[in-house]
Design a protein around this ligand. Structure first.
Ligand SMILES: Nc1ncnc2c1ncn2[C@@H]1O[C@H](COP(=O)(O)OP(=O)(O)OP(=O)(O)O)[C@@H](O)[C@H]1O
Length: 310
């Protein structure tokens, strides 16, 4: 099989007129892994994905996807890839089965009936195959879209915010399916804004303003942020937020239900801030820094919008 990496791209740049959407991104993603692609709105995730699968011409940069050159072999890459766009569409007045048969014919897949049967079975859609697609709930629509993009047995799945607006149980089911596909050898790159989804990935890549800010396993990304976090619980803890926020060395203060999380890089400074605002009914303990806080800190370090710290 050509190439050790499913995705091996260097210095990808995409400019739309004077706007630089992607400003030099490198990704080396081994085959068979599940990676999360994160970053604020407009940070360049979709544009990067579309360059990787040959749907968008790169302005600068080189690379291979599944061992094929992203500029020269775009058509071949598209055959071997399943790409689920943010706004995937299907015929709402056709049944699930009819939609999948339509896609199968579009891809000129052999043995249409059998292929569709297998796809329905794999994704747990068999019992719903005669339902009109337009009547499906958000979670089942997502499942149908996944069925449509996996039917030709791609080696690489590129999923662009596949679970946006889907309820937690459906998101969980969707992720079970992603891991199931990964166990069958598929490589999966998923863009998401959900931190719990990021935690399910082998590795995450975080973009901001078209640049890769950080890449790694979740615990490593959290470590790299250098943040320490303390959780305060007890009556009145939320009233302390504004005062603690203004203490030196305190970088983030966030509400978690009735608790308060205080983060910063300097242990002594945080401790002295907490001591200063000590009250008998509030207790503090050190907890794991959240991935969200780590991203905010890393983005700020990289020159991202510093208003997030205000
Ligand atoms: N065809 C286009 N023409 C001009 N600008 C574009 C085009 N496509 C994307 N952009 C711009 O490029 C930047 C990156 O967009 P992109 O859609 O890749 O971001 P994203 O990280 O996927 O965002 P989101 O999380 O909102 O989906 C944005 O500023 C966007 O407006």
């Amino acid at each position: 099989m050509p190439g050790d990496y499913a995705i091996d791209v260097h210095g990808l740049v995409k400019r739309f007129g004077r706007k630089t959407a992607v400003a030099g991104v490198d990704i080396q993603m081994p085959r068979g892994e599940v990676w999360g692609f994160l970053g604020p709105n407009g940070s360049g995730k979709t544009t990067t994905i579309r360059m990787i699968c040959g749907l968008l011409k790169v302005t600068e940069g080189t690379g291979e996807c599944l061992g094929y050159d992203i500029q020269r072999d775009a058509a071949r890459i598209r055959e071997l890839t399943g790409y689920m766009t943010q706004k995937f569409s299907f015929w709402t007045d056709m049944t699930i089965r009819e939609n999948l048969e339509f896609v199968a014919r579009l891809y000129r897949l052999p043995h249409t009936r059998q292929t569709v049967d297998e796809t329905l079975e794999t994704l747990g859609l068999s019992h719903r195959q005669h339902q009109l697609s337009g009547a499906l709930s958000g979670g089942w629509k997502q499942r149908l879209a996944l069925a449509a993009v996996t039917m030709h047995h791609p080696q690489l799945l590129l999923l662009d915010e596949p679970t946006a607006g889907v309820d937690p149980q459906a998101r969980r089911d969707f992720w079970d399916e992603i891991h199931h596909l990964s166990l069958q050898g598929m490589t999966v790159l998923v863009s998401t804004h959900y931190m719990d989804e990021a935690e399910r990935c082998d590795r995450i890549v975080y973009l901001a303003h078209g640049e890769k800010i950080v890449e790694g396993r979740v615990p490593d990304v959290i470590d790299r942020s250098g943040l320490l976090t303390f959780r305060g619980e007890g009556d009145g803890v939320r009233r302390l937020a504004d005062d603690i926020k203004n203490e030196p060395g305190v970088e983030h203060v966030a509400y978690f239900g009735s608790a308060l999380h205080v983060s910063g890089k300097d242990r002594a400074a945080i401790q002295s801030a907490l001591d200063k605002h000590k009250t008998p009914d509030v207790s503090w303990s050190e907890v794991r820094t959240s991935l969200e806080d780590a991203f905010i800190a890393l983005s700020a370090e990289a020159g991202e919008d510093k208003r997030v710290h205000a």
